[in-house]
Design a protein around this ligand. Structure first.
Ligand SMILES: Cc1cc2nc3c(=O)[nH]c(=O)nc-3n(C[C@H](O)[C@H](O)[C@H](O)COP(=O)(O)O)c2cc1C
Length: 202
């Protein structure tokens, strides 16, 4: 785990129109950065190209976020979530990040990330959540697809629902419907005591 230092408590505020874009190869080595990226990070294009993206990692970012991100990307799924990045001089900026796998001629060839200014609510949520994970106060909660889910059975069900295909969800819906219909049947014992002629047993 890379520990880039120093980390100053100085936030760089992003303008509303800023789009911080980069591309990487399949290993996360930078192959493209746009102008906003260079301006905000403080690194030159030459310093960034060919480097692993962890060159931007802020020490406050918990490992679990990147594990979640790589799990989605390697499975071919896009990922969206909050990232705190470190500038070259140690200042930091929060971004709402969208990462997507790139396919060329049917083959996975790398990833593209588009980041934009995060809202104060998103930053507040990420500060609180990531601090809890860093300080091991998150209990059984997990980072999943950029958000947080409860651990245990409830979390496992939610995780399954988030990953399930549409046909799996339809089958589940039908099962739940069936259970509701069966659960809604009249109480047979009451019916049998009132209308014994309809329920001849044996
Ligand atoms: C396209 C792409 C963009 C990435 N952008 C960032 C980023 O902005 N900041 C960051 O800390 N990690 C970013 N990463 C994740 C890094 O590759 C790395 O997993 C992370 O910094 C943790 O590195 P470490 O565990 O080696 O310290 C990006 C990965 C990809 C594939």
């Amino acid at each position: 785990m890379r520990n880039n230092q120093p980390a100053n408590p100085v936030e760089v505020a992003l303008d509303d129109h800023v789009l911080v874009v980069s591309k990487t190869d399949l290993l996360g080595n930078i192959t493209y950065v746009n102008r906003d990226f260079v301006e905000i990070s403080g690194f030159s294009e030459a310093e960034l190209l060919g480097q692993p993206h962890s060159v931007l990692r802020h020490p406050d970012m918990p490992l679990e976020v990147f594990e979640d991100m790589w799990r989605d990307l390697k499975a071919g799924r896009p990922w969206a979530g909050m990232i705190k990045n470190r500038c070259k001089n140690g200042d930091y900026y929060w971004v709402w990040s969208n990462a997507t796998p790139i396919r060329e001629s049917g083959q996975a060839s790398g990833y593209i990330w588009v980041r934009r200014k995060a809202s104060p609510q998103q930053i507040q949520w990420a500060e609180a959540t990531y601090t809890a994970f860093r300080e091991k106060r998150s209990g059984r909660s997990k980072i999943l697809h950029g958000g947080v889910v409860a651990g245990g059975l409830a979390g496992a069900i939610r995780q399954w629902l988030l990953n399930a295909s549409s046909s799996q969800k339809i089958v589940l819906g039908m099962l739940v419907g069936l259970l509701l219909i069966l659960g809604g049947r009249p109480d047979c014992s009451v019916a049998m005591s009132r209308m014994p002629w309809m329920y001849r047993v044996g």
